[in-house]
Design a protein around this ligand. Structure first.
Ligand code: ZN
Ligand code: ZN
Length: 448
């Protein structure tokens, strides 16, 4: 044991980063505190293709991949090429009675500015192109350094930002929005998909694979090694009970000061035992989202002008129109994304906030499951905002046929972002806090 701890320190003349999994490079027990229930466990040795789950709540603590750096690098480069193709060629064109329009991807955002919807435009361009682009550049920069065996400058800051960017990238949601828009228009005009459309589909898929390929446990170990676990840390109980906390970014277990604050000794992230004022912040965001949901439904989300006749439509109105057109599946998609998901999120998070103080070990697992679902589905509500962005940019043939955005687009976009923030500020560890620590099962699960 005593002659081992120096193994991952750089040897002069040798690359600083080797590609072996962290378990091979250290003989220390690597402790982790589950992000969702705060249970302290020792990570078991993982072979490529294996993952370690929390024995208490089932949350995945670490996933090991084959050749993690090469894999992420290849996927990120391919996704970047697809993104560049997607913004360089025509996205989609329409033609109705000889009058038509052809748009590029970025016009789905820029056209909105012309209709005095700069905030919606910014939300669209950030979520579909800018943030994913930054994310991919970050991944390429990081992995390039790791592949060379010498992390490039700013690697830690970039690695820290990647996790924060993740939920705000919505290329996959945009694809569904594009399909819904095209089905809406298909009956009225001839639609032609451009090269950029297919490139964007490839980009959305590759981006998803890239985010899944990131082995952050391996990455942080390779960037900064694994500092010794705090003195006296015991597994099989919560981290908070011992004055410890798991870093939300790199996973390292750190000791907090007397006020329950600290900074991660490996990545520098600000640490708290629990998210500060979690319930109050979640309540405030939920209340604002619920208020915004009223104008989102009362005002029109877009106005369609056809042969000089304007007809504004609300979110529900749009669903009814689709049903009248016979497009049941699309109507169902919009209804689920724009009504069921946001209302369900508001209700589910409010209920979690209400009952969190009366949580018990028996129902904690199902409540954590509900929280995970709420967190996962939130971004899919953006579909309707993307539909508006695409139709407004595409359908521009003057009085013959045109679509303009309505005030509900901004209100509804705000609902989506506010409910996403509400899910992020809710600390799922509170669900597990109240019951007295329940001991017996302290073994860690490893599954393939
Ligand atoms: Zn857990
Ligand atoms: Zn950290």
């Amino acid at each position: 044991m005593l002659n081992q701890p120096l193994r991952f320190l750089p040897v002069p003349g040798e690359p600083q980063v080797d590609q072996a999994p962290p378990e091979v490079r250290t003989s220390r027990r690597r402790l982790r505190a589950c992000h969702e229930c705060d249970w302290l466990v020792a990570l078991p040795p993982l072979r490529p293709g294996q993952k370690a789950d929390c024995p208490r709540c089932g949350h995945t603590l670490a996933t090991r991949h084959h050749r993690p750096a090469q894999r992420s690098m290849a996927l990120a480069l391919a996704a970047m090429v697809a993104l560049l193709l997607a913004i360089s060629f025509p996205f989609v064109s329409f033609n109705a009675g000889g009058i038509g329009n052809r748009i590029e991807l970025t016009q789905t955002a820029t056209t909105l500015i012309g209709f005095h919807q700069p905030l919606v435009a910014i939300a669209v361009i950030l979520t579909i192109a800018v943030l994913p682009g930054l994310y991919l550049l970050g991944v390429i920069w990081l992995q390039l350094g790791l592949l060379q065996g010498q992390p490039l400058p700013a690697s830690r800051a970039i690695a820290r930002s990647l996790a924060h960017l993740n939920p705000w990238m919505m290329a996959d949601v945009f694809i569904i929005g594009a399909l819904v828009s095209l089905i809406k228009v298909a009956g009225l005009a001839q639609i032609e998909l451009g090269l950029s459309f297919w490139a964007f589909c490839a980009f959305a898929l590759l981006l998803l694979f890239t985010t899944q390929s990131i082995d952050s446990d391996w990455m942080w170990f390779s960037l900064a090694g694994e500092p010794q676990a705090p003195e006296g840390a015991r597994t099989g109980t919560t981290a908070a009970a011992q004055g410890l906390t798991g870093c939300p970014t790199c996973g390292l277990v750190n000791r907090l000061d007397a006020n329950g604050r600290g900074h991660c000794s490996r990545c520098g992230e600000r640490l708290r035992a629990r998210l500060p004022h979690s319930l109050q912040r979640t309540w405030a965001l939920l209340a604002t989202a619920a208020l915004m949901y009223i104008p989102a439904n009362v005002y029109p989300i877009m106005t369609t002008t056809s042969l000089g006749h304007s007809s504004p439509s609300t979110i529900i109105g749009g669903v009814v129109e689709l049903i009248q057109m016979g497009s049941w599946p699309v109507a169902a998609v919009i209804f689920v994304a724009s009504v069921i998901v946001p209302v369900g999120k508001l209700v589910a998070l409010s209920w979690l906030c209400l009952v969190v103080k009366r949580s018990g070990e028996l129902n904690a697992a199902s409540r954590t499951w509900l929280y995970r679902v709420t967190e996962f589905i939130g971004r899919w509500s953006m579909i309707d905002v993307f539909v508006v962005a695409i139709l407004v940019a595409l359908i521009r043939a003057g009085s013959l046929m045109s679509v303009t955005p309505g005030p509900a687009a901004l209100a509804f976009g705000a609902v989506v972002i506010l409910t996403m923030l509400a899910a992020m500020t809710f600390d799922p560890r509170l669900i597990w806090d109240t019951p007295p620590a329940h001991d017996p099962d302290t073994t860690q699960g490893t599954s393939g």
